[in-house]
Design a protein around this ligand. Structure first.
Ligand SMILES: NC(=O)c1ccc[n+]([C@@H]2O[C@H](COP(=O)([O-])OP(=O)(O)OC[C@H]3O[C@@H](n4cnc5c(N)ncnc54)[C@H](OP(=O)(O)O)[C@@H]3O)[C@@H](O)[C@H]2O)c1
Length: 217
């Protein structure tokens, strides 16, 4: 797949690198410095390259949105036309000092995003895992019981693409349903963040859902 990374920081930089190493054609964009984007592309290898958000989005099969909530409008404006594009959104609607969600329970960041770009197909994914665990999961891919990543969205094709990227990154995609479920998955991330950043076992952690046969006794 041709993947445009919008926001090349902790999440975008690492996921873009993982997607490139999984064989995808990745374009890194949106950083304060072009040199950082170029270094990410060099280090990722393969066909990875650096560009502007508009260049990263042109001809992309899918975009990964990985910016602070306060930068969403700016990066979307820089992309330009988003009609028909698949956007995998890992951004969370956090306030300026990252202490709380500015939208939750009755809506979600992903639903607000879908209202901003109604002709794009939004999937909420990857926002429930800390960036610190991404390379470790990718490196152990196939060698263990995969951790889960929940995702949700309203467009079947976009969800298929997101599920493929989740699988390629070494996680088990868990389809949580329509995009409105992001109002539950986004707050869930704050629990994950609490365990990752306030727990005493470090931030390189993930979660795994398991299903069992129901027993009466
Ligand atoms: N970090 C996590 O573990 C994690 C986990 C789940 C969800 N999330 C969510 O994912 C999103 C991204 O988080 P992150 O931790 O990856 O953030 P981050 O490391 O701060 O990355 C944000 C990217 O946006 C770029 N950027 C910010 N302001 C810019 C500007 N004015 N002009 C150009 N580029 C600009 C940054 O540039 P530079 O490259 O110059 O810094 C960086 O590449 C957030 O919504 C966050 O809530 C994060």
């Amino acid at each position: 797949m041709r993947i445009g990374i919008l926001g090349s920081g902790l999440m975008g930089g690492k996921l873009g690198t993982i997607f490139a190493r999984a064989g995808h054609d990745v374009a890194f964009s949106y950083s304060h410095t072009k040199a950082k984007l170029e270094k990410l592309a060099r280090d990722a290898g393969g066909k990875a390259r650096a560009g502007t958000p508009a260049e990263a989005a042109k001809d992309a099969d899918v975009l990964l949105l990985a910016v602070h909530w306060s930068r969403v409008d700016d990066v979307l404006t820089q992309v330009g036309v988003l009609s028909g594009k698949i956007i995998v959104n890992c951004s969370l609607p956090m306030n300026a000092d990252d202490t709380g969600l500015v939208v939750a329970h009755t809506s979600s960041g992903s639903e607000q995003l879908a209202k901003k770009v109604p002709k794009a197909h939004i999937v909420s994914a990857f926002n429930s895992v800390p960036s610190e665990v991404l390379f470790a999961v990718f490196e152990k891919k196939g060698a263990w019981a995969r951790p889960s990543v929940v995702y949700c969205g309203d467009n079947a094709k976009a969800k298929k693409v997101a599920a493929q990227l989740i699988t390629d990154a070494g996680f088990e995609p868990i389809d949580a349903g329509p995009l409105r479920i992001a109002r539950y998955t986004e707050p869930f991330t704050l629990l994950v963040a609490q365990l990752a950043y306030e727990g005493d076992r470090g931030p390189a952690m993930a979660y795994r859902f398991e299903w069992f046969e129901e027993r009466e006794t």
